[in-house]
Design a protein around this ligand. Structure first.
Ligand SMILES: *[C@@H]1O[C@H](CO)[C@@H](O)[C@H](O)[C@H]1NC(C)=O
Ligand SMILES: *[C@@H]1O[C@H](CO)[C@@H](O)[C@H](O)[C@H]1NC(C)=O
Length: 484
């Protein structure tokens, strides 16, 4: 049914009327629209298949706009093209580039965790009113569309996160007198992507799963020829991720709410695409995979290692273990004991907190073969581990398992890491010092149903005193895995 609604949105009424001219035409229109609308999302193989089968019976002509530069024309073709049908003959189908100002388009897509709108034509972005206008000729039926309200942050079901995200409206602009008021103060020749650095920015995990990966997914296809319009602009965040962001966009980031200018673009995407699961890719929806993302990170940060150490190859160096420590909550109370035991097993040990310069972190994590830490945002750094590395997630007391699995367990498998889970026992939790033994928080964690209460106790008040003897076999298992 999602496909149906996308079809409905992607054809304006005029085209829908034309659609009724015959089943044959309709069939090809639908088929071709699949081809074009989903083109950016399909892998090269799907794309080829569709194109080949279309090519069998239909003569397809690409009409390119000679006024735009070859680069521009290419970028636009890649994004999406509008399909027009010659009314009198179904055998001539033209694919017209969207630079044609007569045919602006707006496709809004609603997915489980995100809403985004892709607009093409004469697009005017006014930061002061948080509005994206699609200039439409009087005759265009696009202007009958209602304005779309978008919060360009990819976690739409989380009302708390979304309360920290600026709202944008995307709407057609018909009245030609208004166009004068909205005269372009800056003309841009490349497409733009508008997103927010609000929401849960500040949490490393959310920065990846809600913004960075979605931004990668949305912008990678432009190969740098795209401008980033940032709402809820946080300079430090853009600075933190500057190395990979500069690979995604060749241009300065624009703090879009800062000025009262009108920025004009040939195409603007408001909001980001994302997959439903955390830190995950789903190649059945879009063509990018976790491997693409990790390759991208590795090349952005010039990371040297793509494979972890293989001990049976008779390596001269010791396997390297990174222990992610945390300062306030879910910290280890006996880090020295853990380090000592790990060294005893033959590891070279590095301890780091899960924050700081991303470039430095990327490099150090990439040099490690095993990464361990208590469930928390710092574990997001497993994205920098080489393949076949071992990841040990230590799960605090109180039924945090599902969170551990969803946030890092499943994603780590997608990263080709070897995943080990260590659930602590109540005796290893500092909660026993805070509550009497028969308190429901210790006796029956499942009775705490409210998320905020759950979080305030099991995630925020708990630290871990690892039972060295109980944990040792997990590290031994990690060594064993490095022999494979
Ligand atoms: C539409 O098809 C007719 C008949 O094949 C042809 O004469 C006409 O030039 C076509 N129009 C366009 C705009 O391609
Ligand atoms: C932007 O382009 C429009 C249309 O070509 C033109 O009228 C306008 O002066 C341009 N604005 C700037 C600031 O270059």
């Amino acid at each position: 049914m999602m496909y149906d609604s996308i079809f409905a949105r992607s054809f304006n009424k005029h085209e829908q009327r034309r659609l009724k001219y015959g089943a044959f035409v309709s069939f090809f229109l639908l088929f071709l629209s699949l081809c074009t609308i989903f083109k950016p999302y399909l892998g090269p193989i799907h794309d080829l298949n569709l194109r080949l089968s279309v090519g069998d019976g239909v003569k397809m002509r690409m009409v390119s706009d000679t006024t735009s530069s070859p680069k521009m024309a290419k970028a636009e073709e890649d994004m999406s093209t509008k399909i027009l049908v010659n009314d009198t003959s179904s055998s001539h189908i033209q694919t017209v580039p969207v630079t044609n100002k007569e045919e602006p388009s707006l496709i809004c897509t609603s997915e489980a965790k995100t809403d985004f709108c892709e607009s093409q034509g004469d697009i005017r972005v006014q930061g002061s009113s948080s509005t994206v206008y699609i200039v439409s000729p009087e005759t265009s039926t696009l202007s009958e569309n209602m304005p779309k309200i978008i919060k360009p942050y990819a976690r739409k079901t989380d009302t708390f996160a979304m309360s920290m995200v600026r709202e944008w409206s995307v709407k057609p602009l018909k009245d030609s007198s208004k166009q004068k008021v909205l005269e372009c103060s800056q003309n841009h020749t490349v497409p733009a992507i508008l997103f927010s650095t609000g929401g849960y920015v500040g949490n490393h995990f959310h920065e990846f799963t809600d913004i960075f990966i979605p931004l990668f997914l949305t912008s990678r296809k432009f190969n740098g020829e795209v401008k980033f319009l940032v709402t809820n602009y946080r300079a430090w965040w853009l600075y933190k991720y500057q190395v990979p962001l500069k690979k995604l966009s060749n241009y300065e980031f624009i703090d879009i709410n800062k000025d009262d200018q009108v920025h004009c673009f040939p195409s603007v995407t408001v909001g980001l695409k994302r997959y439903q699961k955390e830190l995950s890719f789903d190649t059945s929806i879009y063509s990018y995979s976790m491997k693409d993302f990790r390759d991208f990170l590795r090349s952005s940060y010039s990371l040297k290692r793509d494979k972890a150490i293989r001990l049976r190859d008779g390596q001269s160096r010791k396997p390297r273990l990174m222990i992610i420590t945390r300062k306030s909550t879910r910290s280890f109370t006996n880090p020295d004991e853990i380090v000592k035991m790990a060294k005893g097993l033959g590891f070279e040990v590095i301890t780091m907190e899960g924050s700081g310069s991303l470039s430095r972190f990327a490099e150090i994590v990439n040099s490690c073969d095993v990464l361990m830490g208590v469930h928390g945002a710092g574990l997001t750094n497993i994205v920098f581990l080489p393949e076949n590395a071992v990841f040990i997630q230590i799960v605090p007391y109180g039924g945090v398992d599902w969170l551990a699995k969803q946030d890092f367990g499943l994603p780590s498998e997608e990263m080709n890491l070897k995943y080990l889970l260590y659930n602590i026992k109540l005796e290893e939790s500092t909660l026993i010092q805070q509550y009497p033994p028969d308190h429901k928080i210790l006796k029956d964690p499942s009775s705490i149903q409210d998320w905020f209460e759950f979080k305030s106790v099991y995630l925020d008040k708990q630290s871990v005193k690892l039972d060295i003897d109980r944990f040792r076999p997990t590290l031994q298992k990690a060594l064993e895995l490095l022999h494979q």
